[in-house]
Ligand binder design. Structure first.
Ligand code: ZN
Length: 352
């Protein structure tokens, strides 16, 4: 059942998930609406490129999730964050031969979009999403195109983000008669949506290429290289990263002061020490050596996140933009967010 749709889910997931400049570690998610009620969406704790027609996704009744967001009454004294997660969980549909998994925490916004959705954290889009001039530059690049786009100022992920996107979609349709196919989320990432899967893949590619073209970011994205010391010790040989740290005498503050997006907090900041030795990632600021003390899979997740982060920080400077960081309150929300704690607890199991 639904063979075609699930095959397409695999195609769009691999198109984005095989590129570490588009998603890092377990970040990003995709979905396909299989009919008027059912949607296959990435499961929490899987990497995009692990999705196949039989694995890495869950089927939910998106119609019910959508209806929930349409009818939500904000005047009620309810923990909407919790309630919306419950709604998504409750609407998981058991399918024969499929493990029951937890849907991505972002299943909410997938439910309210077109048939195919690709959500990523591309370093190119994030140069704009994490800079103060981002909205203006996006308008300059994407203002006159045949497709409509949205710029969503930073808002807590989960319930609030979905509701905000829904509101902006409705306004966009009213304003220009078009369903927005591209969504830029400040301090977060990119969503593209289309009713044709090839169009979704192409549009995702096009958006990132237009940004690269605009800033002449044409050189190939750095390649990751981890040297195995033993099963639980790895040394970074990623040139881009090693060079970065051998030239700069950084302190732990470097990461805390420039919090760009939630995944940086979840996968990177919580796992590293500068000039310590017992964390998952230990950076020696004097020698520039980066030593991982964890399994290969988690070391890769952290290394990909670190590379993406440094590329964005560098890119913002190179493009002459000013960095826009998350506020203390926004950071606090992520730290205390149950969904993120759950996502993080799965990192160890992510295998390539
Ligand atoms: Zn995201």
């Amino acid at each position: 059942m639904y063979e075609q749709g699930l095959k397409e889910l695999e195609i769009i997931s691999k198109a984005a998930g095989n590129r570490i400049d588009y998603v890092q570690g377990g970040g990003g998610n995709t979905s396909v609406k299989l009919n008027n009620e059912l949607m296959a969406v990435k499961a929490s704790g899987f990497k995009l490129n692990q999705i196949t027609p039989t694995e890495g996704f869950v089927v939910v009744n998106y119609k019910n999730i959508k209806t929930y967001y349409e009818g939500v009454d904000l005047s009620q004294d309810v923990d909407f964050e919790k309630e919306s997660v419950e709604v998504a969980k409750k609407n998981v549909v058991e399918m024969e031969g499929l493990k029951v998994l937890r849907p991505s925490v972002e299943a909410g916004f997938h439910s309210i979009m077109k048939k195919y959705v690709i959500h990523t954290h591309p370093v190119y889009a994030n140069i704009l999403c994490c800079s103060k001039e981002g909205a203006t530059v996006v308008e300059k690049i994407f203002g006159g195109r045949e497709y409509a786009y949205l710029w969503i100022p930073y808002i807590n992920p989960g319930f609030c983000l979905t509701l905000k996107i829904k509101e902006e979609i409705d306004l966009c349709i009213k304003r220009c008669g078009k369903f927005p196919e591209v969504v830029f989320m400040e301090n977060h990432g990119l969503i593209v949506t289309a009713d044709d899967y090839q169009r979704a893949v192409e549009l995702h590619e096009e958006v990132n290429n237009l940004i690269r073209g605009n800033f002449k970011l044409q050189e190939a994205y750095p390649v990751i290289n981890l040297e195995k010391v033993d099963d639980n010790t790895f040394r970074s040989k990623t040139e881009y990263i090693v060079n970065y740290f051998s030239e700069k005498d950084i302190s732990r503050d470097f990461f805390d002061k420039a919090a760009l997006y939630p995944d940086q907090l979840v996968y990177l900041n919580s796992s590293l020490s500068v000039n310590g030795s017992e964390n998952k990632l230990n950076i020696n600021s004097k020698t520039g050596e980066l030593l991982y003390k964890t399994n290969y899979s988690e070391a890769m997740t952290i290394e990909e996140t670190l590379l993406g982060y440094l590329y964005v920080v560098n890119g913002i400077e190179k493009c002459g933009l000013d960095i826009k960081v998350m506020s203390e309150r926004e950071i606090e929300f992520i730290r205390n967010w149950e969904s993120e704690a759950y996502r993080k607890s799965l990192v160890k199991d992510l295998t390539k």
